[in-house]
Design a protein around this ligand. Structure first.
Ligand code: ADP
Ligand code: MG
Length: 238
C-alpha cells in the first residue's frame, strides 16, 4: 500500500537541514506499525510526507500505486482526504465547535448535508464511548476524551490509513493504554494504522517497529509476538 524509495528531505529555511536520508519503506494494507525514534530524528517529517502534507526532495512515494509526486495540489488534497485520517498529540480540535461538530468536520468538506453529518458524527462518538458528549465543547473534555473525539473525526470519512503523530504524548499512562486499545481495535477492522512515538511502551503495542535515527531507518522489527509478554498492559506502558 505504501512504498517509499530513497526518500530525501532537506529543510532550507535557515541553514540546510538534511532530515530524511534515503528512506526505503514498504507498509502493507492492514498493518499496525510504529515509527520510533528520539526527538528530532525525523519522525514527524516522515509521517507528514506519508500523509501528503509535505513534499519530499528526491526519491519516490507510491500510495496505492499512485506516485504522489505527480499529483496536482487539488488532486493531492482529494487523495489525502479520501485515503488518510490524522491524529495528533495536541488533538487539534476546533475550540469553538462542540464534539459533534468537530467529528463532523471532514464531511462538511465533502458537502454532506448537515443532518447526515451530525447523525454520522453521533454514531462515531457513540462507537468511541462518547455518546453523551456530542454537545460538549473541547475545553469540557478530558485529554483522553479529546483524543477520542479526534479519533472519531479521523475515522468518519472512512480512510484507508490512520496516521497518528505521538497520539499519547499529552496523556497519562492509563489513558495512553486506552488510546492504543482503540487504535488496535481500529486496526482489527482492517485499517492500516501508523503511529509515531518516542515511547517504547506505545511502540510495543504495534505489530512492527520501525526505528528511525538521524533520518535513517536503523531497524525494522517484527513485533507480532508482543502479546506473549507476561506483563499487564499497565507494565507495557512504563
Ligand atoms: P521528530 O518528529 O522525530 O521529533 P521532526 O521530523 O519534527 O522530528 O524534525 C526533524 C528535524 O527537522 C528537527 O531538527 C526539526 O527541528 C527540523 N524541522 C522540522 N520541521 C521543520 C521545518 N518546517 N523547517 C525547518 N526545520 C524543521
Ligand atoms: Mg515529531
Amino acid at each position: 500500500m505504501i512504498h517509499l524509495e530513497g526518500i530525501n528531505k532537506t529543510y532550507y529555511n535557515g541553514a540546510p537541514l538534511h532530515v530524511l536520508k534515503g528512506i526505503d519503506l514498504d507498509i502493507e494494507r492492514g498493518e499496525f506499525v510504529s515509527i520510533m525514534g528520539s526527538s528530532g530524528s525525523g519522525k514527524s517529517t516522515l509521517l507528514n510526507i506519508l500523509g501528503i502534507l509535505d513534499n519530499y526532495d528526491t526519491g519516490a512515494y507510491y500510495l496505492n500505486e499512485v506516485l504522489i509526486r505527480d499529483l496536482s495540489e487539488t488532486r493531492a488534497a482529494e487523495y489525502r482526504n479520501r485515503m488518510i485520517g490524522f491524529i495528533f498529540q495536541s488533538f487539534n480540535l476546533i475550540s469553538f465547535k462542540n464534539a459533534m461538530e468537530n467529528v463532523a468536520l471532514p464531511l462538511f468538506y465533502q458537502n454532506v448535508s448537515r443532518r447526515k453529518r451530525n447523525a454520522l458524527a453521533l454514531e462515531y462518538l457513540d462507537r468511541l464511548g462518547l455518546k453523551e458528549w456530542g454537545h460538549h465543547m473541547p475545553n469540557e473534555l478530558s485529554g483522553g476524551q479529546k483524543q477520542r473525539v479526534a479519533i472519531a473525526r479521523a475515522l468518519i470519512s472512512q480512510p484507508r490509513i490512520i496516521l497518528a503523530d505521538e497520539p499519547t504524548g499529552a496523556l497519562d499512562s492509563k489513558t495512553s493504554v486506552e488510546v492504543m486499545d482503540i487504535l488496535k481495535e481500529v486496526n482489527d477492522t482492517g485499517m492500516t494504522v501508523i503511529v509515531v512515538t518516542h515511547e517504547s511502551g506505545v511502540a510495543n503495542r504495534t505489530n512492527k517497529i520501525i526505528r528511525l535515527k538521524d533520518g535513517v531507518i536503523e531497524a525494522v522489527e517484527d513485533n507480532r509476538n508482543h502479546d506473549v509478554l507476561v506483563f499487564g498492559k499497565e507494565d507495557l506502558m512504563k
